[in-house]
Design a protein around this ligand. Structure first.
Ligand code: FES
Length: 161
């Protein structure tokens, strides 16, 4: 149409955050209650423990168009299920290497610890990741992360002897 202005929105990254129920979700809640300013780019999924995050959830998030995925749990030694966060850490290290082999930049996938009283820390992590992803730009080739391609590789088989 003649005379109509076309406005192009600047790129804004989309981040999916898996927050453990007992610490990190409360930390995020605390950031909100304290009216701390942080970027609105994060969508939250509350899980009971960071150890609950299946690698396939992460692949699916990237396949569905997320630009970054963040997992937050209780600090080491504070997990309410004793060692869920240690399991999350071990899985994270392997998965990040795997994703890096698929061409994913390391900044797009992170694991961190946030306690219930660390709202400010949560806000800082969100701002930091959002700014890093703004610099990186949108994720391209999301279909290479299809969880169905790697399901058999990443899901341990429960064999019947
Ligand atoms: S309950 Fe928070 S990491 Fe396990």
């Amino acid at each position: 149409m003649v005379g109509q202005q076309i406005t192009i929105k600047p790129y804004e990254p989309r981040i999916l955050a898996f927050l453990c129920n007992w610490c990190s979700y409360s930390g995020a809640d605390g950031a909100g209650k304290a009216h701390l300013h942080y970027e609105p780019n994060v969508r939250v999924i509350r899980v009971m423990c960071s150890g609950r995050v299946d690698p396939l959830f992460v692949l699916k998030a990237f396949e569905r168009g997320m630009d970054g995925v963040m997992i937050c749990g209780c600090h080491p030694g504070d997990c309410h299920y004793i060692n869920g966060n240690y399991r999350a850490k071990a899985r994270f290290v392997l998965l990040r290497k795997f994703l890096s082999d698929l061409g994913l930049e390391q900044e797009r996938f992170r694991l961190d610890w946030v306690s219930a009283s660390e709202g400010a820390r949560y806000a800082r992590l969100v701002n930091e990741m959002t700014n890093q992803l703004r610099d990186l730009g949108p994720l391209t080739g999301a279909d290479r992360f299809s969880p169905y391609t790697y399901q058999s590789l990443l899901t341990p088989e429960v064999g019947v002897p």
